[in-house]
Design a protein around this ligand. Structure first.
Ligand code: DX5
Ligand code: ZN
Length: 218
């Protein structure tokens, strides 16, 4: 099942509610929320307050991408704020298995994120615990960066690991996704596509989503 997840990082925050409603009406599947703490990544963005505000204006599942140190200390708050999926960076958590179990206990879907330089093998022993693998196709921290082609083989590697274990795990890609890169990621095995600037950077968000959708044949 293909899914498109607009990242509100590139939205106009003076009218965030309208922005979210606009992409929902245009056929978005998830709302992707980028949480950054200025430590794990060099940028500071939003927290649970924004998640609960967005929750009030949309029925779409909220895909909360935690780019923070000590994610285990905050998962309760994000779950309470209305996160439907919480993804945690494997590089940020020394006890990721425990954190994933905690997320599950909270009744929220869980995912693990890999930076471009982190190998696929890092998730081999936790694949059974998760609903989604998020492969960063840029170094996290900012919207509008250039897609890193070197990540492409990792998409196939992760897909083969999932298939070998006969699991139902989504593969999401995030960073520099547009019509062209979405297509090559889909061919490599991805099925959830985060796009920030390629959607919110366009005047016509409806057209932007339709174009990505048709590039992945969905
Ligand atoms: C980057 C974030 C992304 C970002 C993507 O650290 O995780 O979700 O919003 O933005 P684009 O699509 O502009 O690369
Ligand atoms: Zn993200």
């Amino acid at each position: 099942m293909m899914k498109i997840a607009p990242s509100i990082l590139s939205a106009d925050f003076t009218k965030l509610g309208e922005e979210v409603k606009e992409v929902e009406a245009a056929g978005a599947d998830y709302i992707h929320i980028d949480v950054m703490d200025g430590h794990f990544v060099p940028n500071i963005t939003m927290g649970p307050l924004v998640v609960s505000a967005v929750k009030k204006v949309t029925k779409l599942p909220l895909d909360v991408h935690l780019m923070i140190e000590h994610p285990e200390q905050y998962i309760h708050e994000f779950a309470q704020a209305g996160a439907d999926i919480i993804t945690v960076h494997v590089e940020a958590d020394r006890h990721i298995h425990r954190t994933l179990q905690e997320i599950k206990k909270l009744g929220v879907k869980s995912g693990v994120v890999l930076n471009p330089a982190t190998p696929a093998t890092m998730i081999e022993n936790i694949l059974e615990e998760i609903d989604m693998v998020l492969l960063m196709t840029v170094n996290p921290g900012f919207g509008g960066q250039t897609f890193i082609n070197a990540v492409l083989p990792k998409i196939g590697e992760v897909q083969r690991m999932i298939q070998a274990k006969n699991l139902d795990v989504d593969i999401e890609v995030d960073g520099g996704i547009d019509t062209q890169t979405a297509k090559i990621c889909k061919e490599a095995g991805a099925n959830v596509f985060v796009a920030g600037s390629a959607i919110f950077g366009r005047a016509d968000r409806n057209l932007a989503i339709q174009e990505i959708r048709s590039s992945i044949g969905y």
